[in-house]
Design a protein around this ligand. Structure first.
Ligand SMILES: Nc1nc2c(ncn2[C@@H]2O[C@H](COP(=O)(O)OP(=O)(O)OP(=O)(O)O)[C@@H](O)[C@H]2O)c(=O)[nH]1
Ligand SMILES: [Mg+2]
Length: 246
């Protein structure tokens, strides 16, 4: 599905999470985009969660190490970045005098829907270039000729890295929490200590102490480390918990 959409498009916006932008790139999709000769933009979303110095460094690194036409920062929460993205797209397609259709792709939870909402709010009108062609699909107008599909492409599960498959769709919650904790332990910075009152460490002890702190108890009064693991994963997904690494 996603590859078909890319094939039909004139360009791709790949959304990544500013907390770990490099890990949440999908290289298989990037390769495909390149193979098809389509231009790619890497959109680093959620920049409000990381220090500016880190965000700027990510941009430099991704510009150097990817085939993206451009790498831009946005925050769909703070409504930041629309004009910069628009300027970049406009400049790339300046000599094209037909409609340009872009699609947005990305891992789950990187903020695709939030970003589409932000872009749609700036958009003068949402348009449907081919009424009836794809039922329900709308196009968001970025400029007079550049439009973006309002239906994002979700990276297919078989393209996920193993770690992120486990973090995003945990089967064994404790194991998934440990994988995330290991990453946070090595991260450049985080608000972990502020949130839970201890240093991040991928150990049973961390889950026990969080269960104590939040009074997570099983029926018999035993500490519920499963709930503690769940809390860490939920706080990460809802962006309450932040940590950043390249
Ligand atoms: N702080 C912050 N949080 C954001 C930003 N954009 C999205 N979020 C949060 O990130 C989480 C995921 O956002 P979504 O827009 O639902 O992400 P998605 O990529 O559409 O996720 P799926 O539909 O599950 O694939 C939500 O809790 C959002 O509130 C942002 O720019 N800054
Ligand atoms: Mg979504």
């Amino acid at each position: 599905m996603i590859l078909k959409e890319i094939e039909r498009s004139d360009g791709v916006l790949e959304v990544v999470d500013a907390r770990c932008p490099n890990e949440l790139r999908c290289l298989k999709v990037e390769e495909k985009v390149e193979e098809l000769g389509k231009p790619l933009w890497i959109v680093i979303n959620k920049v409000d969660l990381v220090p500016k110095e880190f965000a700027d460094r990510c941009k430099r690194v991704l510009k150097r190490e990817s085939n993206a036409v451009d790498v831009v920062h946005v925050s769909s929460k703070k409504f930041y970045g629309f004009w910069i993205l628009r300027r970049s797209l406009k400049s790339y397609f300046k000599d094209v005098d037909r409609k340009v259709r872009l699609v947005l792709v990305g891992y789950p939870n990187v903020g695709k829907s939030s970003l589409i909402n932000m872009l749609a709010q700036y958009s003068a009108t949402s348009t449907a270039p081919k009424p009836g062609h794809t039922k329900g699909k709308q196009w968001i107008r970025i400029t007079g000729k550049i439009v973006l599909s309002d239906t994002p492409g979700i990276i297919p599960r078989e393209f996920f890295s193993r770690d992120w498959e486990k973090i995003l769709f945990p089967r064994d919650v404790e194991e998934s929490a440990f994988i995330l904790l290991e990453k946070i332990e090595k991260a450049e910075g985080s608000n972990f200590e502020e949130l839970y009152g201890l240093k991040p460490k991928a150990s049973e002890e961390t889950l026990i102490r969080i269960a104590e702190r939040f009074n997570f108890l099983r029926r018999g009064g035993e500490l519920d480390t499963h709930r503690a693991g769940q809390k860490i994963l939920e706080d990460w997904n809802s962006c309450k918990l932040t940590a950043w690494w390249l």
